[in-house]
Design a protein around this ligand. Sequence first.
Ligand code: ATP
Length: 345
Amino acid sequence: MSAPLLDVRHLSRRFDVSKPWLNRVIERIPRVHVRAVDDVSFEIAKGETFALVGESGSGKSTIARLIVGLLKPSDGEIIFDGKSLARGLKGAEARRLRRRFQMIFQDPFASLNPRWRVTEIVAEPLKVFNTHKSDRERRKRVGELLSLVGLSPEDGAKFPHQFSGGQRQRVAIARALAANPEFIVCDEPTSALDVSVQAQILNLMKDLQAEFGLTYVFISHNLSVVRHMANRIGVLYLGRLVEVAPSHDLFARPQHPYTRMLLDAVPDVEMTGRRRKKVEGEIPSPLNPPSGCAFNPRCPFANERCRIEVPALKPWRGQPVACHGIEEGRIPDGPAQPIASVTAP
Ligand SMILES: Nc1ncnc2c1ncn2[C@@H]1O[C@H](COP(=O)(O)OP(=O)(O)OP(=O)(O)O)[C@@H](O)[C@H]1O
């Protein structure tokens, strides 16, 4: 890969979830932290779509918020086009860099100000970044952006509640594009939409990517959607990356037992050639994660080492995987097979 556009290095984020009143009453009570993101590293090339998948609570949204600066990392670095976002950037330089990336949220209704007309919503970044100085210039640009996302310039006079869910997400995309970003973090952008509308929005996002050379981080727990969108996929489990692979390889040859479990649950029979299964077991509480590999209580291949030692993400047949079982040849080789039918050693 040539120099990555985004380089995430050893990123961690802990949340202090201690009860402040309890800490005031009993001073020496230890503080309680959730490790939402734990030592996560990945790179994204220009023009690529990198997807992050995992069950609820695996840390996807926290990573999205860290990248766009809505949260600060506890440790690690986020380097965008060679500059560290977490440290040292201030004033005009920070603004110039921030303008180059945007975020699209899951719920377009919650992310659009209900009291503003669409023109004001889409024009806001133009004002903030001072790219279009007069009202006339901004109105013209808003009209162009609305046409670009499949709405009409006249829609600018409406309020968000006058649109359907899919149209509202189009407005959110127009706003994200307003400042000519290069990089967009998409946090479950279609999961609040009807299935029939999802494909239209995903195809729109792909078309815009091709037209403007955009780079996406695409967050989803829907593997069918991710397969349609992503060049590469990172699988998260309880805040850690367990596997990173090109999209085709991940679906054809998933390595990590957790990835296999997720793929077994994909509803599309044609996609994997297998029948849909439930994702087995429950994700453990992040307040009290298992020692060793966090997946070990659900893994049919786990042994003593998995219960003690956290596996590092290491290359395995060209794709990084974090699993002692794979290193030690304990996990059956070859194409994915339903892991529930394989007996543990
Ligand atoms: N502000 C916060 N304070 C305390 N804990 C938090 C906070 N934000 C996230 N967490 C915890 O961090 C963990 C990761 O949450 P996150 O929302 O990133 O997961 P996710 O994979 O995006 O889940 P979902 O798919 O449900 O959105 C969860 O255990 C969550 O409860």
